[in-house]
Ligand binder design. Sequence first.
Ligand SMILES: NC(=O)c1ccc[n+]([C@@H]2O[C@H](COP(=O)([O-])OP(=O)(O)OC[C@H]3O[C@@H](n4cnc5c(N)ncnc54)[C@H](O)[C@@H]3O)[C@@H](O)[C@H]2O)c1
Length: 374
Amino acid sequence: MSGTRVRDVLLVGAGGMGRAWLDAVDRRADLRIAAVVDVADGAARTAVDERSWDAPTFTSVDDALNAASADMLLNVTIPEAHFAVSAAAVRAGVPVLSEKPITPTVSEAIRLAALSRAAGVLVATSQSRRHSRGIRAFRRALADAGGAEQLGTVFFQNPRFGGFRDRMPHPLLVDMAIHSFDQARFLLDREPVSVYCEEFHPSWSWYDGGAAAEAVFQFEGGARFSYSGSWCADGLTTSWNGSWRGSAAHGSADWDGEAGVRTQDREGEPVALALDAGLEGLDAALDEFVVALEGGQRPSGEIDSNIRSLAMVEAAVASAESGRRVLLDDVFAAALAAALSAAEGDEERRTIADWTPTVNRTASDPRSLTEEQA
Ligand SMILES: NC(=O)c1ccc[n+]([C@@H]2O[C@H](COP(=O)([O-])OP(=O)(O)OC[C@H]3O[C@@H](n4cnc5c(N)ncnc54)[C@H](O)[C@@H]3O)[C@@H](O)[C@H]2O)c1
């Protein structure tokens, strides 16, 4: 391994996804777990012992940041803890790769983005469903057909979680739809402008909150993205990525959410596309982040960009609650005001006042086969 720099990783949140991230780090020769943190007594120790590692464990992120060496922090805590944990890391100068959502609200995300920019410390979200061979092939097909101006997904699933999701308001829009919304940004390679959304409660639903939604987003340049989703649909379920179709000037493409991607132009027969051999899921998100730490391309989930996927969720909820079309600019304006009033001290207020969302294209050319690969 001579010549390979090995980076120390601090993992915070040793629950279900935390364990998946421990294994993703373990698959890389250039990363090692330096310490694991979880507020629940014994949770971090159990996760480390299960793997027969000797990494130290902590119950407080501040203690771990003081005591352990860290080149990056993986934030895999519950969403409500994301801001505090990521902000502590940024203040300590440690770059953060966080599970989605980057924070529960756009206003907290603005505070974190401003902190990140002022400190020059990278913060990004792992939006793992934009990293699959299927979606990359579908994106290339849409680009080759001239760029989709009409894109739609249907997402029909029926999980019986039995936990907090059964009780929370807006379970589908807040806990799941961010994946589809983020995928739409990736596929269109444009940013959202507005949304009209209806959320409802099918009579048989086992959730307290509305677990079904129909939404239409307008994107820059006039493209439309429609989302039709349910978390209480028994029978004929789609894949967990949903089922997609896009129409462009020179033809159409569809994707079953897994490995099936087809395209067809005006005269030809439908053609099934081959998939690339690149990394997927957590491995791909981790790879993007390490490339950025090494001075390469910014990760596609960098907070300044990912904040727009979060804003799509907040706008969809606002539209569902008000019955009106909601502009993303209005979501950002309200969130900015909330961030300024929540700021702790003049210095943070100044960094927030200076912050504006940047247009951060997900990748320069969707037709490139190599851009998303390891
Ligand atoms: N990308 C995906 O497909 C996907 C799937 C599942 C979950 N997630 C996300 O991953 C994150 C974790 O989800 P999970 O299912 O592992 O939850 P979980 O409840 O199993 O684990 C979260 C852990 O974080 C710990 N924790 C809470 N606050 C903490 C704090 N301040 N400091 C340290 N530890 C703290 C808890 O004790 C718990 O062990 C969530 O943000 C969730 O949305 C993503």
